[in-house]
Design a binder for this molecule. Structure first.
Ligand code: TXA
Ligand code: MG
Length: 296
């Protein structure tokens, strides 16, 4: 298959309506999208990424009104959170009450994760389509998420018909995933919507350790080919490939760049795990497969 990159939103919508998969920009990272109501199209996503079949997908909607047509239970707290943080990088896991979203999307769980992306191209695309888009990050499973169209091309060339180019992703790390548990807000994956921001709405519990709730966090993740070494302390003196001041906007791009340069090891200084730093901390320790070294 010949993979092209362009900015033609109507072509993307046409392909999606025909059951194809298309890479799309969001404000967090690029996604690999399919019509969330078409099981055959969903299967193509798992194949193109080499994604484990027990790792459910996020459904991208234009707004809460679209959610109401999907047979999902929306609590008062879910309404409040989406009012505050949509469009944006907050994904909410909702309980299925009707069988509208096919089982392939959420890997047979009785829940579905939804969000409204805050990227003008993604928003216009969903509106033109008129159906929700299931989309995981558009990388080969396990490798760093793509934050530019060229990153998607590096992973998906020949596997998908179109990459919709929306420029560099503003946020650079994947959305915050939460599950609501009564009035508790359980953070399954930290992101740009921080625990501090969520705390105004209820008790926040950080639960990002590969628990049963978030199947995706169990798998190897965010890893370049090079070995990543997470360091508590300054890495400037370590030589070779180092990231002393990781930032969400550049982390994944640097990992990909260092791989291309032939790095064998990449030393990354761990940020303080608060605010957006928690999201970075989470990605770096996973890329390092939980090995952390300390330097004075
Ligand atoms: O920012 C993002 O969220 C990007 C863009 C493209 O929107 N997408 C993304 O998708 O990061 P993905 O597939 O790489 O990560 C989805 C995460 C996984 O950790 C998965 O386990 C979790 O969301 N997830 C999806 N559905 C779930 C569900 N029903 N219950 C619990 N966790 C769920
Ligand atoms: Mg991913």
């Amino acid at each position: 298959m010949n993979t092209i990159i362009n900015t033609d939103i109507t072509q993307a919508a046409r392909l999606l309506a025909a059951g194809e998969i298309v890479a799309i920009p969001t404000e967090t990272v690029y996604g690999l999208a399919a019509n969330a109501l078409n099981p055959a199209a969903i299967n193509k996503i798992f194949e193109a990424k080499g994604r484990p079949r027990d790792n459910p997908l996020i459904v991208h909607v234009s707004d809460m009104e679209m959610v109401h047509g999907l047979g999902l239970e929306v609590s008062g707290l879910a309404e409040k959170l989406t009012k505050k943080f949509w469009a944006g990088s907050l994904t909410i896991v909702l309980k299925k009450i009707k069988d509208i979203i096919p089982a392939e999307v959420s890997c047979r769980l009785d829940t579905v994760a939804v969000r409204t992306p805050a990227h003008p191209v993604a928003m216009e695309l969903i509106k033109i389509c008129g159906f929700p888009l299931a989309a995981p990050s558009a990388n080969i499973s396990g490798s760093p998420s793509p934050t530019r169209a060229e990153h998607v091309m590096a992973d998906m060339n020949g596997k998908i018909p179109l990459i919709l180019d929306g420029g560099r992703c503003d946020v650079g790390v994947e959305s915050t995933v939460v599950m609501l548990d009564g009035d508790k807000i359980r953070v399954l994956r930290p992101g740009a919507v921080t625990p501090e921001m969520l705390a105004k709405f209820g008790e926040v519990v950080i639960d990002d350790n590969g628990s049963l709730h978030s199947p995706g966090t169990r798998h190897k993740h965010y890893s370049p080919r090079a070995e990543v070494i997470a360091v508590e302390g300054d890495v400037t003196g370590m030589g070779g490939y180092i990231i002393n001041d990781p930032s969400p906007q550049t982390l994944y791009a640097m990992l990909r760049e260092f791989d291309e340069a032939g790095a064998e090891k990449i030393f990354i200084r761990l940020p303080r795990p608060d605010g957006i730093g928690l999201a970075l901390y989470n990605r770096i320790v996973r890329a390092a497969e939980f090995k952390i070294i300390k330097v004075e």
